[in-house]
Ligand binder design. Structure first.
Ligand code: SAM
Length: 405
């Protein structure tokens, strides 16, 4: 059996050197050649194969067929027994994929256009995602049970005409709707920042729900917090679930008590300590969210316009100044942040979370392989999802909507 690592080495898959689309077809074909949905990828994969067969040392198509299935020596291979299928849109580094694969899901299509995220995805799942969704030929998307999309929080203003689909033209969610309309998945599973609830006087969310309903889905939605699912992070996200017949019941999702950050920290690593003056408050109160505001950097203290009694607050109006205690939870890891941003108060010192700690408090398993680029790693994890939260929702989707155990 040929190993995936041999293929990726010979084809230099890792560099994604201008051939990402060919590799997307080829790797999707390798994953799906046996499950009856390979036709979406087969022709382009085989055309590409003609150009690379010498590198692979395989000369005939029979030999290509004979090498299938390949041995998936990657951190997150597909489950041996597939119980349902899903697609991973705006896949990022694959948070949805890890959660759904753990529940027996087989990913039959992925899309993500960021080069670094594509590299991380390929490294962990042995699949190069298809690129820009706005340029995607939706015919190649195979039939699937669950459509997953942690779509970007790109704000969009609707025309206000409450025309659903039409109102979203020119936005990324419009392309998700196109796929739903064409392939009619049993379940639609969307995730976004909490702010989506309030955006544009709540009209944006209403438009999304309205259009899903127009396409025949019964929709339910709820804001969930990652800290209720076993990770010490105050990360609130809206989850939207649509199904053709049944209303998804969020109350059945299993929650656990909030863990604390200090139980998730590295004992040893290259820590980045704060080497400038800071203040630690004597009295530290736990907020409802589980955050404990411990102090602040003394830098950029606002002097003008500070009301008596609010001196501490004025020092922390900028998030990078805040220091949080590890006896509580950590604030949400921000997206598009390349330096980690928050400071933590731990064992009498102030430092930042390490990259490994960031991935841990998003629930990424230890075996998740990190690409070699620190600022990208911070950005990618901030963009991702808290895996245990997605898994807890998906578990109930499986039971309630797919009628699987
Ligand atoms: C909020 S993140 C989702 C991350 C993902 N759920 C994860 O677990 O890592 C949104 C992702 O959409 C990608 N994206 C934005 N516009 C896109 C487009 N036009 N086509 C494909 N991907 C896009 C971004 O690069 C980003 O990785």
């Amino acid at each position: 059996m040929i190993k995936y690592s041999t293929i990726r080495e010979k084809l230099k898959v890792e560099s994604l050197n201008g051939n990402a689309e060919d590799l997307a077809y080829f790797t999707h074909y390798l994953h799906n050649h046996k499950n009856g949905i390979s036709q979406s990828y087969e022709k382009r994969a085989k055309d590409y194969y003609q150009t690379i067969k010498e590198e692979l040392n395989i000369v005939s198509e029979q030999e290509l067929q004979a090498m299938l299935p390949i041995k998936w020596d990657i951190p997150f291979p597909a489950p041996e027994q597939s119980e349902f299928t899903f697609i991973d849109l705006f896949a990022g580094i694959g948070g949805f994929r890890i959660a759904l694969q753990e529940l027996g899901g087989n990913c039959v299509f992925s899309s993500e256009f960021n080069y670094h995220a594509q590299r991380a995805y390929e490294l962990n799942f042995g699949e190069v995602p298809f690129g820009d969704i706005t340029k995607l030929n939706t015919d190649i998307v195979p039939k699937h049970d669950i459509l997953c999309a942690g779509f970007p929080c790109q704000p969009f203003s609707i025309s206000g005409k409450m025309k659903g689909f039409e109102d979203t033209r020119g936005t990324l969610i419009y392309h998700v709707f196109e796929i739903i309309e064409k392939h009619q998945p049993k379940v639609v599973f969307l995730e976004n920042v909490k702010h989506l609830v309030y955006h544009d006087k709540k009209r944006t969310l209403a438009t999304i729900v309205q259009h899903l309903e127009e396409m025949g889905y019964v929709v339910s939605k709820k804001v969930l917090n990652a800290s209720d699912f076993g990770v010490p992070q105050n990360r609130e996200r809206i989850i939207i679930i649509g199904h053709k017949e049944k209303r998804f019941d969020f109350s059945k999702i299993k929650k656990v008590s909030k863990p604390i950050l200090k139980d998730f920290l590295d004992n040893e690593n290259e820590f980045e300590f704060l080497n400038e003056p800071f203040t630690i408050l004597e009295e530290q109160k736990t907020q409802v969210s589980g955050l404990i505001f411990a102090g602040y950097r003394n830098k950029t203290i606002r002097k003008a316009g500070v009301r008596p009694g609010t001196e501490h607050l004025s020092r922390v109006h900028k998030q990078p100044n805040r220091i949080y205690s590890t006896e509580g939870v950590h604030p949400a890891l921000p997206s598009q942040e390349s330096s980690g941003r928050f400071w933590i108060w731990h064992d009498g010192e102030v430092r930042k979370l390490t990259i490994q700690e960031c991935y841990r408090i998003m629930g990424f398993p230890h075996k998740f392989e990190l690409i070699n680029n620190k600022s990208e790693l911070y950005k990618q994890i901030g963009n991702s999802v808290a895996i245990p939260m997605i898994k807890a929702v998906a578990e109930q989707v499986k039971i309630q909507l797919l009628k699987l155990k």
